[in-house]
Design a protein around this ligand. Sequence first.
Ligand SMILES: Nc1ncnc2c1ncn2[C@@H]1O[C@H](COP(=O)(O)OP(=O)(O)OP(=O)(O)O)[C@@H](O)[C@H]1O
Ligand SMILES: [Mg+2]
Length: 507
Amino acid sequence: MTESPNAFEMLGITKRFPGILANDHVDFSCQVGSVHALLGENGAGKSTLMNVLAGLYHPENGEILIGGKPVSFHSPQDAIAHGIGMIHQHFMLVPSHSVAENVVLGLKKPRFFLNLASVEEQVAALGEQYSMSVNPRAKIWELSVGEQQRVEVLKMLFRGAKVLLMDEPTAVLTPQEVESLFRTLRDMTANGHTIVFISHKLDEVVTIADHVTVMRRGKVTAANVPSKGITKSQLAKLMVGREVLFQIEKKKAEPGAVTLSVENLCAENDRGLPALRDLSLKVHSGEILGIAGVAGNGQRELAESLTGLRQPTSGKLALGNIALNSHTNWMEIGKSLGHVPEDRSAVGSVPALSVAENLILKNFNSSPIAAGWSINSTAVHTNAMHLVDEYQIATPSVDTPARMLSGGNLQKVILARETAGKPKLMIAVHPTRGLDVGATESVHKLLIKQRDAGAALLLISEDLDELLSLSDRIAVIYEGKLVGEMPAEGADIRAIGLMMAGSKVDA
Ligand SMILES: Nc1ncnc2c1ncn2[C@@H]1O[C@H](COP(=O)(O)OP(=O)(O)OP(=O)(O)O)[C@@H](O)[C@H]1O
Ligand SMILES: [Mg+2]
């Protein structure tokens, strides 16, 4: 068999940010028609490298070759003109516009606007060809996250992308959507497209990738490894340089008193439609209750109601024997409540503030951080140094703005802040989304440690493996109601999957 030519070659790419060498003489290339997984710990430099290839960042050194010829990109338009398009984790779509309008938006060719009907037709045809149907006339806001991602992919295909760079495309997808994305990727490679696929989910990498390249601290540590026959553990070892436990060790829970009680909770979503319908649950101290469900079934509204971010329409909430309602002093309650929210940058952290400042958002008004009316800056610094060390947060310094941290390290900042005060109740929403295998392992250990120290944990996740390995009990949420509950040990994954999809299952 002859080797396919390379779709592109990156040679000696070096990219610096203040205080950090994000890409250090990186060589990276991919064969035409293959799926190439780019792996590495949080902060390894994967997104940076792809942003260079997509024309968003200009490297200090190195070159990019396409068809053996050097090219120079000064904008994403330059990259797309050479057939390279990137799908970012945060989509860049205009919610009030239709699918077809978004596809042509930004194209500097007004004639497309005149002929929206033909764009709609082409979008529908591309969707058909690559197993990703979306209605070209639907407005973006009407679409699920998975459908919005399809629009991003269609947009790139429409612009003639032959190489698609996908930065953690599955992080926001349900298991069904992942399967459908993989079908699309196979259709695309069969058609001569090339995919760079970044993911922390090693099962996915084993399933979809043809080759794997691993980065560590800005450098490539393993290049172009064929993924046929490779195991998850081998991949993990390549990434973090040590063995990783995929099965968390934990002793049997010893549940104590009821810490969180929720009775007949009803709440509306942002559009004013019922999102929680008479939901009741209890979490005891020393146990983890896992909530399984497909995104959009009330998980967000549940977490927000419990943390004072959303006013329920009816129902009773209590933390121990303190009722939580509109009279609650949430500042005070916040001290016994840890919250790892779904949205790290909007709810979980303040991007413009430093790491040290983000780490005190919770305890800035108590000793030793508070000093009378002001803040004790030495204590802020000491607190940060201690947590950065304990939670192994990779940051150039504690004074670095949070927005400069890699996704995984930002999550660690939030976890450090929220667990350091030893909360009685911990609400964790997708706590390991976007984390590398090593960081996932440490977050899992941390959550179990909280449980064993007597905290009650409510774990909301779409990752069934995570739910099954961490939780003591699992409940399934569907259309704002709990539709089933079972001990996690020996739970039937198939039955949970069916309940998540809304079928009634006889226990
Ligand atoms: N715009 C930026 N300004 C300053 N530093 C940055 C910027 N973007 C990335 N960095 C830093 O460069 C390094 C590499 O970051 P990058 O986002 O490429 O990592 P990654 O491998 O994609 O990690 P993750 O798996 O967490 O997404 C990190 O230390 C990060 O803090
Ligand atoms: Mg990244």
